[in-house]
Design a protein around this ligand. Structure first.
Ligand SMILES: [Zn+2]
Length: 163
C-alpha cells in the first residue's frame, strides 16, 4: 500500500476497549442489530423455518453473535443464545453488557425462559437487553434470578457448618 492510500478505518470492536453500560449509545445498538441480522443467515431451521439471530456486546468491546440450531430430535434444539454464549467463551469469555435478538423479519425478539437464565449467568443483573417493549436490565427481564451467588452462599454456609 502506498503512503497515498488512506488508512482503512479501524473497526472499533477489533481493539479491546473496556465498555460499560454507560457507553451504550445508539451506534452500539445499531451495530448489535446488524450483527444479529447477519447471524440469521447461519440459522439451521429445517423444521420450524423460524430463524433467530442474536448479538451481544462484551465488556472488553468484542461482539459475539449466535443463531438457532434445530435438531431432528426437537427437544435438543439450540436457541441463538446458546451459540452466542459458546462464541463468548470460545473467544475469551468476559461479561455481556448488551444483548439484542431478532426473528427472520428483523423484529426484536424476547429471549425464552431458559435463555434468560443463560444470559444472566454471563451478564448478571446489569446486562441491558433489547426487548420489544424497550431496553431493560436483566434484573427486570429475569427478576430475582437464581445464579452463581446462590451457589457461593451455599458453599460458604456449608464451610461455616464444618468449622
Ligand atoms: Zn432460548
Amino acid at each position: 500500500m502506498s503512503s497515498a492510500d488512506p488508512e482503512p478505518d479501524p473497526v472499533w470492536c477489533e481493539e479491546p476497549t473496556p465498555v460499560t453500560a454507560e457507553d451504550l449509545g445508539e451506534d452500539t445498538w445499531r451495530l448489535l442489530r446488524e450483527q444479529a441480522i447477519r447471524a440469521l443467515d447461519c440459522a439451521y431451521v429445517p423444521y420450524s423455518h423460524y430463524p433467530v439471530g442474536a448479538a451481544g456486546l462484551v465488556d472488553d468491546g468484542r461482539m459475539v453473535s449466535g443463531c438457532n440450531i434445530e435438531n431432528a430430535s426437537y427437544g435438543v434444539t439450540l436457541c441463538a443464545e446458546c451459540s452466542l454464549v459458546s462464541e463468548l467463551m470460545m473467544t475469551g469469555g468476559g461479561r455481556l453488557v448488551a444483548f439484542d435478538c431478532v426473528d427472520g423479519n428483523g423484529a426484536t425478539l424476547v429471549p425464552c425462559g431458559r435463555c434468560r437464565q443463560l444470559l444472566f449467568e454471563h451478564g448478571g443483573n446489569d446486562l441491558m437487553v433489547n426487548m420489544p417493549s424497550g431496553r431493560a436490565p436483566m434484573s427486570v427481564v429475569l427478576p430475582e434470578a437464581f445464579g452463581p451467588a446462590h451457589l457461593e452462599a451455599h458453599a460458604a454456609e456449608t464451610t461455616a457448618e464444618k468449622d
